[in-house]
Design a protein around this ligand. Structure first.
Ligand SMILES: Nc1nc2c(ncn2[C@@H]2O[C@H](COP(=O)(O)OP(=O)(O)OP(=O)(O)O)[C@@H](O)[C@H]2O)c(=O)[nH]1
Ligand SMILES: [Mg+2]
Length: 242
């Protein structure tokens, strides 16, 4: 069974080597696939160096910053091409503690998608300002109200997908380029009837480096969520009508 961790990076030079080493130290057979958008701070070169040292590390370079959503779509295709059975999404900034990876790997044996969730019993956030808590909780509440999804942490970017789930999704329709990507994927996966499990995680605010969150990204996500029901009105659970 081959797990591949897709990790988009933009200006993560202070985190790159450390997070890669922690993931490799898990010794769970997972390969790390870094998708770097030509970071000006040299993250891409650092990733190349790590890849030359370890056969478990792979790097995809894109010419310019094109957003989290497109980085994941690209990374998913590459991971599937590598023969991945389980495909993870994970941030480089230590908000997603690598120690959860083995737990997620155990859980994915019984579910099609595992989401590392802050908003189920046992989950939470650490070192987050009141404002960030409010925005994150508000985004999930807003999404649940407008789309009726059951997932509690709709914006979580710490996930694991089974290969066959990803293969069934029509990515040409998934259009959110920024953080809205996670919400759009949550909605699509629920509509398709996938078995989604939320594993409680403690999310820690990034220790070093800068957030790429912006007002534009938030607006994009709000508009996108409001249009989800209409956009995917035709989507039916997989297996329906068989
Ligand atoms: N390749 C690529 N990676 C990106 C892009 N934007 C963000 N990332 C990476 O995606 C991950 C999440 O981005 P963050 O800036 O940490 O966003 P966030 O976690 O919502 O914000 P913070 O809580 O402030 O850290 C990090 O590993 C970033 O380096 C992008 O446009 N392209
Ligand atoms: Mg972060």
């Amino acid at each position: 069974m081959l797990p591949v961790i897709v990790m988009p990076t933009y200006n993560e030079i202070e985190n790159m080597e450390k997070i890669a080493r922690e993931i490799l130290a898990l010794d769970c057979g997972a390969r790390l696939l870094i998708v770097d958008d030509n970071s000006p701070d040299g993250t891409g070169e650092e990733a190349d160096r790590l890849a030359s040292e370890s056969e478990m590390v792979y790097v995809e370079h894109r010419a310019a910053k094109q957003g989290l959503g497109t980085a994941y779509k690209h990374g998913f295709q590459v991971a599937l091409g590598m023969g991945a059975d389980y495909i993870f999404e994970m941030d480089a900034d230590f908000s997603h503690d690598p120690r959860y990876v083995p737990q997620m790997l155990s859980a994915i044996e019984h579910h099609e998608i595992v989401i590392g969730s802050r908003y189920v019993a046992g989950g939470g956030t650490r070192n987050w300002s009141i404002i960030r808590k409010f925005i994150s909780r508000g985004a999930s509440a807003y999404t649940r109200l407008l789309t009726h999804v059951k997932v509690h942490d709709t914006t979580s970017g710490f996930r694991c997908y089974r290969r066959d789930a990803l293969e069934r999704i029509d990515f040409s329709r998934v259009s959110a380029s920024g953080y809205g990507f996670q919400v759009e994927m949550t909605y699509v996966c629920e509509r398709m009837g996938f078995d989604i499990f939320e594993l409680p995680i403690i999310f820690t605010d990034r220790r070093v480096g800068q957030s790429k969150m912006s007002k534009d990204i938030m607006w994009e996500a709000m508009w996108m969520v409001a249009g989800l029901k209409k956009k995917y009105g035709d989507l039916r659970p997989v297996g329906d009508g068989l």
